[in-house]
Design a protein around this ligand. Structure first.
Ligand code: NAD
Ligand code: DAU
Length: 340
């Protein structure tokens, strides 16, 4: 049995990867280490805890807490660390940059220290296409491009990436990094645009579209991202970064139309609102480096969005209880009267 420490495994992508990895690697034992912030949710792992009892353990802890991280390392002796833990929402980073620096930069440093001290076969960092900043058509960001982040979130992620590369170079920690585009699929917290728009549309609430809605994102299915991460763990070279995305960009307005059409709701639900400060216009990745390892995307945008809409329609038990308390306070602060 190989023990794998998956930090942030109770969040959206982390929980999808935990399920994916336990199904795929019958010789893996997964230890999820997660602080359970507002975005972390043990409901995301409910089926995993039941199905993989004996190969799955959960530890509640903060990656910025050195003692807690070192204790988990002593107790579980993982061969691999895969770090999904982060503060992840751009709009929240504009409200509270400090928490992003603590988790996404300092927390990454603590995990790298643990990897260095205890020794691991691989430390893998989950990063984002946002570290490149926006890019004009027809260009695509490659792994060697300069980092040019726009928000406190993306700057913190860029800081984390640079720390990983430094620990590889200076201390020989075998690090790899994947930089993924926007993920969609089951268990995404409904502050992110796709689940926000789906759940609002189900309830006939407005879809707050920032600015002119012509910004472009590469919305990929979370399981395609999981494939990419897993492949890099298996075949990626230490010290290297790999982009992961479908390579197809969709305008936000078209994404909103796709959701409304799938739910048979009127386009009049779209409500243009004030733009996000520093809003990146377009992300687009060159994914040839990952393709060269044998990766290809299994879902088109149409399949990914349809799968996602269906999941939210069928799993209202999961998201209805999230849209209360802290969520509503945040929603009011972010959207004011435009959100209702
Ligand atoms: P998420 O917000 O859904 O989940 C984050 C998880 O990290 C939660 O379970 C939370 O409790 C945990 N966490 C936060 N701070 C922590 C801390 N200090 N210590 C321990 N756990 C902590 O995030 P997500 O969308 O699943 O993103 C996961 C990773 O993927 C992040 O690193 C993010 O930057 C990256 N990423 C996300 C996307 C996307 O589209 N969502 C795309 C590319 C990369
Ligand atoms: O690109 C990868 C990144 O994708 C990840 O690193 C981040 O963790 C993840 O949150 C996501 O960042 P974005 O800012 O692209 O995602 P978000 O869902 O917040 O917004 C997607 C697009 O939709 C963006 O252009 C802003 C727009 N938007 C967003 C919200 C929340 C709206 O028009 N209205 C909204 O209410």
């Amino acid at each position: 049995m190989k023990t794998v420490l998956i930090t942030g495994g109770a969040g959206f992508i982390g929980s999808n990867y935990v399920r994916y990895a336990l199904e795929k690697h019958s010789d893996w034992r997964v230890v999820v280490f997660d602080k359970l912030t507002y975005a972390g949710n043990l409901d995301n792992l409910k089926d995993v805890a039941e199905k993989f009892e004996g190969r799955y353990a959960f530890v509640r802890g903060d990656i910025a807490d050195r003692e807690a991280v070192f204790q988990a390392m002593r107790e579980h002796a993982p061969a691999l660390i895969v770090n999904f833990a982060a503060d992840t929402h751009v709009d929240r980073s504009l409200m509270e940059p400090g928490t992003f620096i603590m988790t996404d930069v300092y927390g990454t440093y603590v995990l790298l220290e643990a990897a260095r001290e205890f020794g691991v076969e691989r430390y893998h960092q989950i990063s984002t296409d946002e570290v490149y900043g926006d890019i004009a058509e027809p260009l695509r960001s490659t792994e060697d491009d300069r980092l040019h982040p726009s928000s406190p979130y993306s700057s913190s992620k860029a800081g984390g990436d640079l720390m990983c590369l430094a620990y590889g170079r200076s201390f020989g920690v075998p690090v790899t990094i994947t930089r993924g585009s926007n993920n969609i699929g089951p268990y995404q917290y409904p502050e992110k645009v796709v689940p926000l728009f789906i759940t609002n549309a189900i309830d006939d609430l407005p879809l707050p579209l920032y600015g002119d809605g012509l910004q472009m994102r590469d919305y990929q299915h979370v399981l395609d991202h999981c494939d990419g991460i897993d492949l890099v763990l298996e075949k990626g070279q230490p010290g290297e970064c790999y982009n992961v995305g479908s390579g197809v960009e969709t305008r936000n307005i078209d994404m909103a139309h796709a959701i409304l059409d799938l739910l048979d709701k009127p386009r009049a639900l779209i409500r243009p609102v004030k733009d996000r400060p520093g809003h990146d216009r377009r992300y687009a990745l060159d994914v040839s480096k990952l393709r060269a390892l044998g990766w290809s995307s299994r879902h088109t945008f149409a399949q990914a969005i349809e799968d996602t809409v269906r999941w939210y329609v069928n799993n209202q038990w999961w998201w209805r209880k999230l849209k209360s308390g802290e969520y509503l306070e945040y929603y009011k602060r972010q959207y004011g009267s435009a959100g209702r």
